[in-house]
Design a protein around this ligand. Sequence first.
Ligand code: SF4
Ligand code: SF4
Length: 329
Amino acid sequence: MKEKTKRPCHYSDLFIKYNGDVFPCCEVWCRNELKIGSLDDPGILSRILDYKPPASCECQNYKLREAREGDNFKSSFLNIEFSLKCQASCAMCCVEAPEWKGKYNDGYFDIIGQIAEHFQPDELLVQGGEVLFQDNTMEFLSKLRASLPRTAFCLVTNGCFKNRKTLDSLKIFNRIGVSLVGFQNETYKKIMGLDLDITKKFIEYVHNETDIKTLLKFLSTPSNIHEIPLFMEWAAGNPPNAVVFEDTGFWQYVNKNAPFSYWNKILFRTRNDFLRTVENNAETVLRNKLKIYLRPHIVDLLSLSPGDFPGTLKDYVILHDIHIKYEDL
Ligand code: SF4
Ligand code: SF4
């Protein structure tokens, strides 16, 4: 097994939550014991640099440690969650954006701007809620763009927008990641409260009318997992730079021991259809160098491994448990 690198993760990554809490990376946003501080704290910049992790943390590649003399500060990735305001009403929203009645502290824009300008990250990833639905956030980001000329601006969005103003505003981004929770109109509408046709047109617009890199993320639930092959078929025909398959907690919603091995049958059939779809589209996948990222829970659910993909297709299938960076695409 590969040796994990011990590193001060906060010297290369940072995650800022919508409420101003700061974490050493986006994978630990729910581990309050690893919180570095808050944007409300005086001297938050020094707190970040002097952070001593109060608990241990490790993932696929890294083990977190405090910074030592001689460590080079190289901020590669700043991930910021802005307001939770969102036009969607996803039934599985992990930040409970549809129920959110709060108000984002617009006062954070100043300190976020200072942190971003100080860190000059290689990549700035922004998310909400829905950033494209937040005029004040978009206005702030447009200004910030000018002071970070070498930073790749990346957006996470539901992509359900068709108005000209929003489409024009996309030009500040270098990469757009669109999250889809289902791939049939009625499923998509029931889970997200949005219109799949608008989202598909949005993705096609980004592909055809801009040179922004795209990453499409399929988020599985029990009511959409069987649509993975449909999504894969469409994505192969409208090639983004990468597709990502991620689960939102399948077994939390259903009974693993339901009669007749119901869920095992659904998962097994989905797995086979997915593998067949990738194989049928192998030529397109290879020609477009389309990367297929499989997150750990979906790998478990569908019992997948790179060995399931024939020949050189294997090289385009990546098992991944941390954030996919702009430079990865
Ligand atoms: S999850 Fe990995 S990258 Fe993030 S803080 Fe922990 S060890 Fe570092
Ligand atoms: S689009 Fe994202 S933030 Fe908005 S409701 Fe859905 S999951 Fe939540």
